[in-house]
Write a protein that binds this ligand. Structure first.
Ligand code: MG
Ligand code: ZN
Length: 186
């Protein structure tokens, strides 16, 4: 089974820096529509997000879980559902043990994808990533799937400065366009 590995900040919700309170979540206006399209197509949507603010002491993992509950509630109002939420709390330059380490799950590392693959029965190599940073496209390169860069969040800036040898399978304006491309390409 294929899935969509979806970035959070700058892709599904407004990029506002370290998001430390659920009330600060701003779902993009097109987010529910895009997620609903995946739901209807029977393509699981798995959120994968780097949250080094935990390792850096800006917020705790319970805040991240509250944020994800809030996102789920907002999506439900629009009849949309994300199938699973995964986050990496680590950063090697953090100062909050036990999170202040280099890990396998910080994107573009594949740890979160591998966990989802095990728990949900997903084949990463036929899956898609969607995100506004090159690490999100890098994740697709790592797992052998296809990577979509969106121009929301940091995407428009990132598009202008690709790392050497890095290319997205497609660059689109936002998550709705990503959904259209993915549903036509699978
Ligand atoms: Mg992002
Ligand atoms: Zn990690």
């Amino acid at each position: 089974m294929s899935a969509v590995f979806l970035d959070r900040d700058g892709t599904l919700i407004e990029e506002i820096g370290y998001l430390d309170r659920p009330e600060r979540v701003e779902l993009y206006p097109f987010a529910s529509h895009a997620i609903r399209a995946f739901n209807r197509a029977g393509l699981p949507v798995v959120l994968v997000t780097n949250q080094s603010g935990i390792a850096r002491g800006f917020f705790t993992d319970s805040v991240v879980e509250d944020v994800h509950k809030h996102i789920a509630d907002l999506l439900a109002l629009g009849g949309a559902r994300i199938d699973a939420y995964y986050y990496c709390p680590h950063h090697p330059h953090g100062h909050v043990p036990p999170y202040d380490v280099a890990c396998e799950c910080r994107k573009p590392g594949r740890g979160l994808v591998d966990r989802a693959a095990r728990e949900l029965g997903i084949d990463p190599s036929t899956s898609f990533t969607v995100g506004d940073r090159w690490v999100d496209v890098g994740l697709a390169r790592t797992i052998g799937g296809r990577g979509v860069l969106v121009r929301t969040g940091y995407g428009a800036i990132e598009e202008r400065r690709p790392p050497a040898g890095m290319r997205a399978d497609v660059v689109v304006n936002n998550l709705v366009e990503a959904a259209s491309w993915i549903l036509a390409s699978r």
